[in-house]
Every structure is written in structure tokens, then in C-alpha cells.
Ligand binder design. Structure first.
Ligand SMILES: C[S@@+](CC[C@H](N)C(=O)[O-])C[C@H]1O[C@@H](n2cnc3c(N)ncnc32)[C@H](O)[C@@H]1O
Length: 321
């Protein structure tokens, strides 16, 4: 059966679905979801590249920063890297190459959280933007929810009268929409309870609460679909065949982190983070290669990570002492 039909049946029996439920099925339905249905979303043949796939420069620089943090803990033997949403594991491979003696735990969708407390780093590269979000709108001073219904064989947006209490959302204008993500908050709470000592490194595209609230930039929220390297704002089309993402609300993550007992460092661009990661050895580890041709390729990757993606992606570092 097609995923669209599975979703349509659920709408017929339960009524319009919260968008988070639609997105959960579209991306992670056990057999038909975008990430779980056996297709290859990443790379040239897929729908998009992540930072990590501009390898190995990205992974090497992240690894260098993680190693520096390990030194700050006195070169601790028991240093664990828990990678949330590890995907194909490119970053993890570089981290283990740089620090072979660490414990690396990749956690993908559906995997259990580790049970024992850890010292080290929780690494979240393009993880938070892949978590399902709900959609609310500011209406008559309240928040009402947009859900997914269907009409004439198509999925449609339906504004419900359901009022939602949404503490911590930005002061957006009347009629403006925004995404909310309880799963992001839950993930930060989990991280806060598992991490005994160490750092949390979040790399993602997203904005602060004030930036998200700017009507002219996101009048209908920041949801976007991706297919064959093209962006399409119609996220209700072809569930299971396209990626769906929403910008990360970094202010909401910061609030959740403070409540979970984490110190929050100032939000930076990926460019600033990577420049600092490679500054000690002037990028010689990140750009090391056997041939001149390969070194040129690596320099091009670095340029793209610093200049193209470097301004768009942000880095949030949190710390547990
Ligand atoms: C955009 S991909 C990024 C993959 C990888 N980090 C990279 O940068 O190439 C998002 C990943 O998060 C995973 N994911 C989604 N929900 C998750 C969850 N609740 N726990 C762990 N991983 C999850 C997805 O399966 C997917 O592999």
C-alpha cells in the first residue's frame, strides 16, 4: 500500500492529523517512510547533501574540536561520543579515526537511548531539523493549530479551532504561522539526564526566536520539502518520497537546555566554529592528503563549509560541568 493511502485512512478514522503525526509517518513510517523505506536520501543520487557528506573535512574539524574538549577533561579514558541521528556515519568515522580509543554510540530513529550516564560529547549534526513539528498560528491573540486533512484525493491544510498553550513562542503577528517541536525539548531533557560531564554540540540551520518571528521572512513558517536537490514549500505532497524539514528554533533549545541543567554558550555560525576548530594547526590535519589533486579537492570542501554553508548553519554548544 502507498503511504499516502495509509495516512488517508488514519484521517478518515480520526479526523485531521496534527502535522507532527503526518511528518512522523512521512519520514519514519516503519516500512514506507522517507528515511526508513530503503531509499537513499543523501548525495548526488538522492535529495540533498548534509555538511557531513562534504567529507572528510567536516568530520576532521569536528573531531579536532571533540579531541580538544577531551584534553580539557584531562584526556579522560572514558570518553563517549553519543551521535544522535548519525545517518550514514561519516562524521562518526572521522571522529573514531582521530580518537580511536573513544566509545562512539550512534543513535538512529527507533534506537533506545543509552541507559548509563556518560562523560564526553553528545553530537547532533542536522538531527534537530529532522524531528517532526506541529504548526500553530497566532489568531485573535491565541494560538490555534493547523492540521492535515484531505479533500478530493489531496492532503490539505485545515485550521482547527484547537487552542494550544504555547509558552515560549515568539511574539509573531496575527495570522502568522510557526512550528513547535516538543520532541526537540524532550531530546534536550534526555541529553541533560544522560550527560554527567561534557559537551553537547548542535549543528543545524535555524534561527533565534526573534529572527523566526520576522513576518517578512517566514509568514507561513519555515517548513520545506526536498526532492532531487530542489526545495518545495508544499510539504503535503508525496509523503514518504520527499524530505521535510523545519528550521530549528535555537532559543527554544537554549531554554530547554538551561532547565535541564546545561550551561549554554553563545550561538555562533558554522563558519566561526570551524575556523576555531582548525586554527591551532592551520587546517593541516583537515586538509592532509596524499596527492595534490586530493588536497585541492579538500580545500574546495573547506571553502564550501566556511563560505556557502558556513553562514547558514549555526552551532550551539552546551556544557555540563
Ligand atoms: C538530515 S539527517 C542527518 C544525518 C547525519 N547526521 C548527517 O549529517 O549526514 C537526520 C537523521 O536523523 C535521524 N533521526 C530522526 N529522528 C531521530 C531520533 N528520534 N533519534 C535518532 N535519530 C533520528 C534520521 O533518521 C536521519 O538519519
Amino acid at each position: 500500500m502507498e503511504l499516502a493511502e495509509v495516512i488517508a485512512r488514519e484521517i478518515r478514522s480520526s479526523g485531521p492529523l496534527p502535522f507532527g503525526r503526518f511528518m512522523e509517518m512521512a519520514l519514519y513510517h516503519p516500512t514506507l517512510g522517507y528515511y526508513t523505506g530503503g531509499r537513499q536520501p543523501f548525495g548526488k543520487e538522492g535529495d540533498f547533501y548534509t555538511n557531513a557528506q562534504l567529507q572528510p573535512v567536516f568530520g576532521r574539524l569536528v573531531a579536532q574540536q571533540l579531541d580538544r574538549w577531551r584534553q580539557q577533561l584531562g584526556g579522560s579514558d572514558r570518553f563517549t561520543v553519543l551521535e544522535l541521528g548519525a545517518g550514514r556515519g561519516e562524521t562518526g568515522a572521522e571522529v573514531r579515526r582521530c580518537m580511536p580509543d573513544i566509545e562512539w554510540i550512534p543513535k538512529e530513529h527507533g534506537d533506545r537511548w543509552p541507559r548509563r550516564p556518560m562523560t564526553g560529547v553528545v553530537l547532533c549534526n542536522e538531527f534537530f531539523d529532522a524531528l517532526p513539528v506541529d504548526v500553530v498560528e497566532r489568531r485573535d491573540g491565541n494560538w490555534v493549530e493547523w492540521r492535515v486533512g484531505q479533500s478530493r484525493g489531496r492532503f490539505t491544510w485545515e485550521r482547527t479551532g484547537t487552542r494550544r498553550d504555547r509558552q515560549g513562542l515568539p511574539r509573531i503577528g496575527e495570522g502568522q504561522r510557526i512550528e513547535t517541536c516538543d520532541r526537540q525539548i524532550e531530546a534536550i531533557q534526555r541529553i541533560g539526564s544522560i550527560l554527567e560531564r561534557g559537551w553537547v554540540l548542535v549543528i543545524d540551520y535555524g534561527y533565534t526566536r526573534d529572527e523566526l518571528a520576522r513576518r517578512e521572512r517566514f509568514p507561513e513558517g519555515s517548513l520545506m520539502g526536498y526532492s532531487a536537490h530542489r526545495a518545495d514549500p508544499d510539504v503535503l505532497l508525496e509523503p514518504g518520497r520527499r524530505d521535510i524539514t523545519a528550521h530549528v528554533n535555537f532559543s527554544a533549545l537554549e531554554d530547554a537546555a538551561r532547565s535541564a541543567g546545561l550551561d549554554v554558550l553563545p550561538l555562533r555560525t558554522q563558519q566561526a566554529f570551524l575556523l576555531e576548530a582548525g586554527e591551532d594547526d592551520e587546517f593541516s590535519y583537515a586538509l592532509a592528503a596524499g596527492t595534490r589533486h586530493r588536497r585541492t579537492e579538500l580545500r574546495m570542501q573547506l571553502k564550501s563549509l566556511l563560505l556557502g554553508l558556513g553562514e547558514t548553519f549555526r552551532v550551539l554548544v552546551m556544557r555540563k560541568r
